[in-house]
Design a protein around this ligand. Structure first.
Ligand code: HMG
Length: 402
């Protein structure tokens, strides 16, 4: 029988996956004739994750969700919400490939959602709505993206790729409660977009930065108008990070607009821990906020019982300011060592190797087999008759849905 009483809805598990390869910003700086400090200090990036030939948003999503499935099994997962702006098909949800690779129950529903980098947060809130209807279910939200700009463009330094999977439950989540108040802001603008015929984004960089700053102020105002907690209540702030310096810009602007001094110590306290993974991964679009959240949790002292503020921004644009409250004992459920090991295990590549990967026609409709490169256990093996063929080496996992 459906139980509609929801006491404490929130995040029960969270895990991150990124690519097999990484590109050091020095490689990119030298090739583009740019001072590396523009990347390291100016935008706050040290490295970017680069997908292997046989990696895409599906393999990243499956790799992020696998540890959650290993820990909790697939029972009671009623819904998979996959958020991406790097869709692999105009019709079929990428979540269905993931559903098959992970052996999820046939009686789960699967859907893909899109609104630039905001979609993952929409997925989280949609999951909360579903759990409010039936508290016996679990919802798997997977944020997964590959950020790609034209070679040689100013956006190139902000590229990256990652997926973060989150398991949401209605009662006593192990990691964090999702607090009920959210502030929203939407505005139809062209700061960043990707027409259907392009594999790289179009962007007006300066406009996008200004739009992000404005959207943050507006979403926070809406949050406060709805009776949200005062800005002094938060142990940390976690922002969408197209590049880590953007979090600092947005936070400084927010604090100033509320008459709060934003000195270096305050900025370091509020933000630093949430930027460590993103400095090494780059932008992962809709996953980026949740990469930041994991970075914060993996690099902070015990935050049990404390409130964390999250700012989600997706170009186009939609922003949401919302908060979570950390559960007692949440640190026992994190996988910091695994995450750090997987980041350190990426193979550094040269600029030539990066260009070779970029120049392969990944999605031109022709049959092809992909080089065996990924070490994640999930790979895009081939395109055959315009169908994507995925494979996995993970035991007990397969096309359970037939
Ligand atoms: P740019 O023109 O290459 O860089 O564009 P710049 O000249 O503005 O320099 C960047 C910073 O580096 C500046 O600092 C420079 O002073 C500094 P700031 O004034 O900003 O504090 N700098 C140096 N620092 C130290 N040593 C040096 C040096 N040289 C310069 N030698 C831009 C930068 C971010 C616009 C570009 O990379 C871009 O277009 N990126 C892509 C768009 C983007 O990331 N927008 C962010 C907001 S929109 C968003 O977040 C949504 C998004 O994730 C997509 C989605 O929603 O799906 C993008």
């Amino acid at each position: 029988m459906t139980n509609t009483t929801v006491n404490s809805l929130g995040i029960h598990d969270i895990a991150l996956a990124t690519t097999t390869f990484s590109l050091d910003m020095k490689e990119l700086a030298d090739a583009n004739g740019v001072d590396v400090n523009k990347y390291r200090t100016g935008i706050g990036q040290d490295m970017q994750s680069v997908p292997a030939d046989d990696e895409d948003i599906v393999t990243l999503a499956a790799a992020a969700a696998q540890p959650i499935i290993d820990r909790h099994g697939v029972d009671d997962i009623s819904t998979v919400i996959l958020a991406t702006e790097t869709g692999v098909d105009q019709s079929k949800s990428a979540g269905l490939f993931v559903h098959s690779l992970l052996g999820l129950p046939p009686n789960a529903r699967v859907v893909e959602v899109k609104q630039a980098c905001y979609a993952g947060t929409a997925g989280l809130q949609f999951a909360a709505g579903l759990l409010s209807r039936n508290s016996d279910e679990k919802v798997l939200v997977i944020t997964t993206d590959i950020a790609r700009y034209d070679v040689g463009s100013s956006g190139e330094g902000t590229q990256g790729a990652a997926a973060v999977a989150l398991l949401l439950v209605a009662n006593d989540p192990a990691i964090a409660l999702l607090d009920p108040v959210s502030g929203f802001y939407s505005n139809d603008i062209m700061d960043f977009w990707r027409p259907n015929y392009r594999s790289t984004a179009r962007v007006d960089g300066k406009q996008s930065v200004a739009a992000y700053l404005e959207a943050t102020i507006q979403a926070v105002d809406d949050y406060l108008d709805k009776g949200g907690l005062p800005l002094s209540s938060f142990a940390a702030f976690c922002y969408h990070q197209p590049f880590t310096k953007m979090a600092y810009k947005a936070h400084k602007n927010l604090l100033h607009s509320h008459g709060i001094e934003a000195d270096a110590e305050r900025m370091e306290h509020d933000l630093a821990a949430s930027t460590i993974y993103n400095r090494a991964i780059g932008n992962s679009y809709t996953a980026s906020l949740y990469v930041g959240l994991l970075s914060l949790l993996d690099h902070s002292h015990d935050l049990s019982g404390q409130h964390i503020a999250l700012l989600s921004y997706g170009s186009g644009c939609v922003a949401e300011f919302f908060t979570i409250t950390m559960q007692p004992g949440y640190r026992e459920h994190l996988r910091a060592a695994d995450t750090q090991r997987s980041l350190a295990a990426r193979t550094p590549i040269s600029h030539e190797q990066y260009l070779a990967l970029r120049n392969k026609p990944a999605d031109d409709g022709h049959d092809r087999e992909f080089d065996v490169q990924t070490t994640s256990g999930f790979r895009l093996a081939a395109i055959s008759d315009e169908q994507r063929i995925y494979s996995t080496t993970i035991e007990h996992v397969g096309a359970a849905t037939g």
